[in-house]
Design a protein around this ligand. Structure first.
Ligand code: PEP
Length: 251
């Protein structure tokens, strides 16, 4: 399992100022010096204000940068305060997180997420597409139904799935310190992969897990045989913790 894990996405959320860029030094050195990390992809997703400084800092390294959101249109226009995929791509940014539950909680619906995904792919950004059930939905045993509906609606009319990573992030797990039971997570990941291959025409679906991943629980999470990596929020803002998570994954 461990040599299959590839992606470590660091979602910095609304965190960081210009000097925070210096904290990347440790991770850059770690990635450079550690042979075991050759095949893994670290993707930093800082707030918009830090995308350009991160790209500059990560130039000539194998670490990549992503945005945390984009507009539903790639046309220039009036929506004050919005940033579109074309603008993000122009910074040489490679990824964008879409469908995050913190945006869904503020009213972002599947049809808007769908437009964002189409726009991002058109602008040649790779998409980290977040899906996940709330605790009420979980209690009502609706997890699988919700996940499938988010996928079907979010990927409506999306033909080429090559540049889409699925991030399964149970809403109740984000920032709570609680992670799913291993057998549940393994089961959900299997279910998602089968659905993505058989019904959504993904060639080689990649599924990441996100929600309270930390140096404390990574030795449990790494046992899940079918995951392709992790989306890490809070813990990724601290370079020591991020390195610790990566090291423990491969130990
Ligand atoms: C996230 O916001 O995508 C996330 C996974 O957060 P955390 O790791 O802090 O739960």
């Amino acid at each position: 399992m461990t040599n299959k894990l590839r992606y470590f996405v660091a979602n910095w959320k609304m965190f960081g100022h210009l000097n925070s860029v210096n904290s990347l030094n440790k991770v850059i050195n770690f990635k450079k010096k550690n042979k075991k990390t050759k095949n893994l992809k670290i993707i930093y997703c800082p707030p918009f204000t830090l995308i350009h400084p991160f790209i500059q800092k990560l130039k000539n390294t194998s670490i990549m940068t992503g945005a945390q959101n984009c507009s539903f249109t790639s046309k220039y226009g009036p929506p004050t305060g919005s940033i579109n995929a074309k603008m993000i791509k122009s910074l040489k940014c490679e990824y964008v997180i879409l469908g995050h539950s913190e945006k869904r909680a503020k009213g972002e619906k599947d049809n808007i997420i769908n437009k964002k995904i189409i726009s991002a792919l058109k602008c040649k950004l790779k998409v980290i597409f977040c899906i996940g059930e709330t605790s009420i939905q979980k209690k009502r045993r609706l997890t699988k139904k919700i996940l499938l509906s988010q996928i079907i609606r979010g990927l409506k009319k999306v033909k080429n799935k090559k540049n889409i990573l699925i991030a399964y992030e149970p809403v109740w797990s984000i920032g709570s310190g609680v992670i799913p039971k291993i057998e549940d997570l393994e089961n959900t990941t299997n279910y998602l992969k089968l659905f993505l291959s058989n019904k959504m025409k993904f060639k080689n679906p990649k599924v990441l897990y996100g929600g309270s991943v930390s140096p404390k629980n990574i030795s449990i999470l790494k046992k899940i045989t079918n995951l392709d990596g992790f989306l890490i929020g809070g813990a990724s803002q601290n370079s020591d913790k991020l390195i610790d998570i990566i090291k423990k994954t491969f130990n």
